[in-house]
Design a protein. Structure first.
Ligand code: GLN
Ligand code: ZN
Length: 773
C-alpha cells in the first residue's frame, strides 16, 4: 500500500476510546457505599451492587457518546495498583490471613491497615495528585495469577452488550513502582522479579481471552520517565515474551504523562499489536519521535490528543492536524484522551454555579469523551461531518482567548514589568540574618509550629452554619477570633517563641486563597479521587490573577494584637497554588506562577506593613511538581524558585521569611531550596530521623532550618527525651544559632490533647538543650 492509501485506510477505521473513567459516580455514590461498608451500615452485597451499577452507568455513558470499545477493570474499590497486587498474588505476609478470611475486608486491610497491621505505603501516582498503594516485593515473593476481578468486570461489560478492553497495570511499571518489602534489603530491585512475573501475566491474558477479550491494554506510564539501559532491556524482554505468547488477546501498550523517549523504539520493535501515546504538552514530542522510527507499520496507534489531566476544552482543529500526521504512520489510528479520565471530574454540566459563557470552556470526563468521539468521526467521515462542532469549538476558543477574565491588561502589564531586581531581597542573607537577630531577639533553638492548629468539630460546624445561612458573618468571625485567642493563649503559656494564629478560618490552604483571588473558579461537584474514598475539588485557575483586597491580614493582625511575641503571617506559595489546582493551559505555567506570585507579594507586603516581622510562605508542592524527565527539571525549578522569590522579596531586610515543605525527599532539590532565598525553612524530618539535616549540611545550606521533630501523621506524642535526641542529631549537622524546633507539618488533623502534650515536650526539649550550647 502507498502512504496515502494507508492513511485513507487508517482514517476509515478510526475509533474513539478511553483508558479509564471517574469511579465515584455523579453523587459520589461509591464513596458513600464504601465508607458505609466500613462503618457496618452497608452490607458487602449492597456495596457490590452499587459498584456494578456505577460501572453500568459509566459504560452506558461511554457507549452513548460513541465509544465502541469501553475500558474494563479500571474500576476500583480503592486503587488500581492495589488491584494489580491482588491480581498477581503479591499480598504482604502480614495481610495474608485477613485476605484468606475475607477477600474484601483483607483488601481494605491492605489499603488502610487495621489496629494490628500496617497498610501498604501510599504515594503519588507520577506527577498527579492520585495516590496508589506501593507494592511490597522481595526475593521471596511468589506471584500467583488471580484474574478474578478482571474477568468478572469484562464479563459484566460483555453481558451488557459492550465490547470491553481490560486495562491492566503493565508488568514493567508494576515492578518499577514497587519497593522492597519490610525486612528485605533496601537495595533489592523489584525489576529482578520480571521473569517470575511474566508467566503470571501470560496466565491472566489467557484467562481474559477465554472470557472474550479481543484486546487488552497494558499501562506502562513508568516508561515515560528516564530509564536505565537495564530497565529498557527488561522492557524489551517483557514485550518480546508477551508478544510471543500464542494464547492471548491482542495487546495495546499505553504510555502517558510524558514522551516515551528512548523507550519508544523498544516498544515499536516489540511484538505487541498496538501502542498508545500521549500527544499533549511535553509529550507532543512523541510525534517527531514516532516519525523518526518510521511509524508503526502494521500496528494500531492510539492517539491521546485530548488532555486527560486538565479541565479545558480541546482545540479540535489542532488535534485534527496531529491526527492527520499520525494517519500516515500506522495501519489504524484511534483517538483517546492522553491518560485515564480518572484525573478529571465527571461532568461540567453539573456546574450550575459557573457563568455559562465560562462553562463552555470546560470539559470534564463526559465532555472529553464527546470530544474524542467527535475527533474520531472527523477522521472517519471527514471534517464536513463535524463542521458544526468545529465551528462551535472555534467560537468557544475565541471567547476564552478574548475574555476579560483570561486577559486583564493591568495584571499583564504588571507581570511584564517584572525585572530580576523584583525577585531579589535588598540585602544578602548574611546581612539580613544579623538584622533579624537584632529585631527578633529569639533564644537559641527557637520554637515554632507550621501554621494550623487542630480543626475542631466546632470550627467545621461554624463553617457549615455560615454556608447554610444559620449564622451570619459577624457570628462566624467571632467564632474564629475566639479560636485564635485560645491558640495564642496556649502558645504563650507553653513558652513558644514564634507564634501562629492557627489558620482556623481556612478550610484548605489552596482553596482559601483561590476563593479570594480574581481569576480562580470554584466547582460544586468537581470531585477528583485523591486516594481511596478521599476526593478533592481542586479550584480552577481560569484567568489572570489579581488580589482585590488583603486575604489574611485581618486574622494575623488580630492574633498579633493579643501578644508581644511575633506571630508568623501564613500564606500558600505560588507553586503550591498551581500544583493543587487545575491550571490554565493557554499560557506557560511560568506566566501563571508570576501572576500568582505578584498577588502574594502584595499580601506579604501588607502583612509586613500591618506589623508582621515573620512571614511564612508554604511550598509543600515544590518537589512533587518536578517534571518526570530530568532534562526538564532546570526549566521548572527556575520559574518555581523565581516565583517564590518574587512573592517574598519585597520586604525589609529585618523581616524574616520562612518557608515550609513536606511529603518529599528533598535530596534532589537542595539547590532549589537554597535558590528560594528564604531565611528559615521548616521541613518534614521526624520519620527519617533528621536525615534531611545531614543533607542540608552536606550541601552547604547557609540558612536557618527546622527539621521537624514531631511526626504529625501519627497520633504518637514524642516525649521530651525523644525530641531532645532528635535535636541533638540535628545539632550534629546544623549550628545551634541556625536550628529551629518545630513539628513536621501543620497540626490541623491532630487532636488538641496530643498537640498540647507534643508542643509542651518540644519546648521542654529546647529549654533542656539551650544551656548546654
Ligand atoms: N501552613 C500549613 C499548615 O500548617 C502547611 C500545610 C502543609 O504543608 N501541607 O497546615
Ligand atoms: Zn507540611
Amino acid at each position: 500500500m502507498t502512504a496515502t492509501s494507508t492513511a485513507t485506510a487508517a482514517a476509515r477505521t478510526a475509533e474513539a476510546t478511553v483508558y479509564g473513567y471517574p469511579r465515584q459516580g455523579a453523587d459520589r455514590e461509591l464513596k458513600k457505599a464504601i465508607e458505609g461498608y466500613w462503618k457496618g451500615r452497608v452490607g458487602a452485597d449492597e456495596l457490590r451492587c452499587t459498584a456494578a451499577e456505577l460501572r453500568r452507568t459509566n459504560w452506558r455513558q461511554l457507549a452513548d457518546a460513541g465509544i465502541r470499545e469501553v475500558p474494563t477493570g479500571d474500576f476500583s474499590y480503592y486503587d488500581h495498583v492495589l488491584d494489580a497486587s491482588v491480581m498477581v498474588g503479591a499480598i504482604p505476609d502480614r495481610h495474608r490471613a485477613a485476605v484468606e478470611a475475607d477477600r474484601l475486608d483483607g483488601y481494605f486491610a491492605m489499603a488502610r491497615g487495621t489496629q494490628d497491621v500496617a497498610p501498604l505505603e501510599m504515594t503519588k501516582w507520577f506527577d498527579t495528585n492520585y495516590h496508589y498503594l506501593v507494592p511490597e516485593l522481595g526475593p521471596g515473593t511468589v506471584f500467583r495469577a488471580d484474574s478474578g476481578k478482571q474477568v468478572a468486570e469484562l464479563t459484566e461489560a460483555l453481558a451488557l452488550g459492550h465490547t470491553g478492553r481490560p486495562v491492566l497495570v503493565g508488568p514493567v511499571t508494576y515492578l518499577l513502582l514497587a519497593k522492597p518489602a519490610p525486612g528485605v534489603a533496601p537495595d533489592f530491585e523489584p525489576l529482578t522479579l520480571l521473569d517470575r512475573l511474566l508467566p503470571v501475566y501470560a496466565e491472566i491474558l489467557a484467562d481474559l481471552r477465554a472470557a472474550g477479550a479481543e484486546w487488552v491494554q497494558l499501562d506502562e506510564p513508568a516508561l515515560v520517565q528516564d530509564r536505565t539501559p537495564a530497565e529498557l532491556n527488561a522492557t524489551a524482554r517483557a514485550y518480546r515474551d508477551l508478544g510471543a505468547l500464542t494464547d492471548r488477546p491482542r495487546l495495546l501498550v499505553a504510555s502517558y504523562f510524558d514522551r516515551l523517549g528512548e523507550a519508544l523504539p523498544v516498544l515499536a520493535k516489540s511484538g505487541v499489536e498496538g501502542l498508545a501515546f500521549d500527544f499533549t504538552g511535553p509529550a507532543a514530542a512523541n510525534l517527531d519521535d514516532l516519525a523518526a522510527v518510521g511509524g508503526l507499520p502494521g500496528k494500531r496507534l492510539v492517539a491521546g490528543v485530548v488532555d486527560g489531566r486538565n479541565v479545558w476544552i480541546n482545540d479540535l482543529g489542532k488535534s485534527l492536524a496531529t491526527l492527520g500526521t499520525l494517519l500516515g504512520l500506522a495501519d489504524r489510528v484511534d483517538v483517546a484522551a492522553s491518560c485515564s479520565l480518572l484525573h478529571v471530574p465527571l461532568d461540567a454540566e453539573a456546574e450550575k454555579g459557573i457563568d455559562p459563557q465560562i462553562g463552555r470552556w470546560l470539559a470534564f470526563a463526559r465532555q472529553k469523551t464527546g470530544e474524542i468521539a467527535t475527533l474520531a468521526r472527523g477522521l472517519r467521515e471527514g471534517t464536513g461531518a463535524i463542521s458544526a462542532q468545529l465551528a462551535a469549538n472555534r467560537a468557544d476558543m475565541a471567547s476564552r482567548a478574548s475574555s476579560s477574565l483570561t486577559r486583564d491588561p493591568e495584571v499583564r502589564a504588571r507581570a511584564a514589568a517584572v525585572t530580576d531586581a523584583h525577585t531579589r531581597r535588598s540585602q544578602p542573607y548574611s546581612e539580613r540574618a544579623a538584622a533579624q537577630r537584632e529585631r527578633l531577639r529569639l533564644p537559641l533553638l527557637p520554637t515554632t509550629s507550621i501554621g494550623s492548629f487542630p480543626q475542631t468539630g466546632e470550627l467545621r460546624t461554624a463553617r457549615a452554619d455560615l454556608r447554610a445561612g444559620r449564622i451570619g458573618t459577624a457570628a462566624y468571625e467571632e467564632r474564629i477570633e475566639a479560636e485564635i485567642r485560645e491558640v495564642i493563649a496556649f502558645q504563650e503559656k507553653t513558652g513558644i517563641d514564634v507564634l501562629v494564629h492557627g489558620e482556623p478560618e481556612r478550610n484548605d490552604m489552596v482553596q482559601y486563597f483561590a476563593e479570594r483571588l480574581t481569576g480562580y473558579l470554584a466547582t460544586q461537584h468537581g470531585w477528583v479521587q485523591s486516594y481511596g474514598t478521599r476526593y478533592v475539588r481542586p479550584p480552577i485557575l481560569a484567568g489572570d490573577i489579581s488580589r482585590p483586597e488583603p486575604m489574611t491580614v485581618r486574622w494575623t493582625s488580630y492574633a498579633q494584637s493579643l501578644t508581644q511575641k511575633p506571630v508568623k503571617g501564613m500564606l500558600t506559595g505560588p507553586v503550591t497554588m498551581l500544583a493543587w489546582s487545575f491550571v490554565r493551559d493557554d499560557q506557560p505555567l511560568a506566566d501563571t506562577a508570576r501572576q500568582v506570585a505578584l498577588a502574594l507579594r502584595d499580601e506579604v507586603n501588607d502583612l509586613e506593613e500591618a506589623g508582621s516581622s515573620v512571614i511564612q510562605v508554604d511550598e509543600p508542592a515544590l518537589r512533587e511538581t518536578l517534571p518526570l524527565r530530568a532534562a526538564d527539571h532546570g526549566g521548572y525549578l527556575a520559574w518555581a524558585t523565581e516565583s517564590f522569590r518574587l512573592s517574598t522579596s519585597g520586604v525589609r531586610p529585618d523581616s524574616q521569611i520562612h518557608t515550609h515543605m513536606c511529603y518529599a525527599e528533598f535530596g534532589d532539590i537542595l539547590q532549589a531550596i537554597d535558590d528560594l532565598d528564604a531565611d528559615v525553612i521548616s521541613l518534614e524530618a521526624a520519620r527519617s530521623h533528621m536525615q534531611v539535616a545531614d543533607e542540608l549540611a552536606a550541601s552547604g545550606y547557609p540558612r536557618e532550618a527546622g527539621p521537624g521533630v514531631y511526626d504529625i501523621h501519627s497520633p504518637r506524642v514524642p516525649d521530651i527525651e525523644e525530641a531532645t535526641a532528635l535535636l541533638r542529631k540535628g545539632l550534629e549537622a546544623i549550628a545551634p544559632e541556625r536550628l529551629w524546633v518545630n513539628p513536621d507539618c501543620g497540626l490541623k488533623t491532630r487532636g488538641w490533647t496530643e498537640v498540647r502534650a507534643a508542643l509542651e515536650n518540644l519546648v521542654a526539649a529546647a529549654r533542656e538543650l539551650r544551656p548546654t550550647l
